[in-house]
Write a protein of this length. Structure first.
Length: 139
């Protein structure tokens, strides 16, 4: 499958521009790109699943919360994810997702870039075709 995201460089940060046939797919691809950065683009097997439910005031906040929740699971539970099923509802203010992944293993997943936080700098969410999101990460 051709990637539906690209890594964007920005001074001391790194970011993702992701797209999809729906905004939910763009959110999935942004997460895929984030974990490609974290794991140096290594294969992530779907050994376990997590359910994530989020509410936010708008789509931009929902994107930040979504990626922040995944980053929290990465840092607090040493998990990496590669399988994402996202549903958005309530005018892009509610997210329900099932994510699949495994425990991070340095030998399997290599050394990627440690992402410290999701930023609001240059944050973009395009709610109509082409459904594109852009987000910068603090590294």
């Amino acid at each position: 499958m051709k990637n539906k995201y690209e890594i964007i460089e920005h001074t001391a940060d790194v970011g993702i521009r992701a797209w999809g046939s729906t905004l939910a797919e763009s959110f999935e691809n942004a997460a895929r790109g984030m974990f490609a950065i974290i794991t140096n683009n290594s294969k992530i097997d779907k050994i376990g699943e997590y359910k994530i439910v989020l509410n936010a005031d708008d789509a931009e906040q929902l994107l930040v919360d979504w990626l922040s929740e995944l980053l929290f699971l990465n840092s607090a539970k040493n998990l990496v994810f590669g399988d994402f099923e996202v549903e958005l509802s309530d005018n892009y203010k509610h997210l329900h997702a099932i994510v699949g992944g495994e425990e991070y293993n340095r030998e399997k997943h290599g050394y990627g870039v440690e992402i410290k936080a999701i930023t609001y700098h240059m944050l973009k969410v395009e709610k109509k075709p082409p459904y594109t999101v852009e987000v910068l990460f603090d590294i």
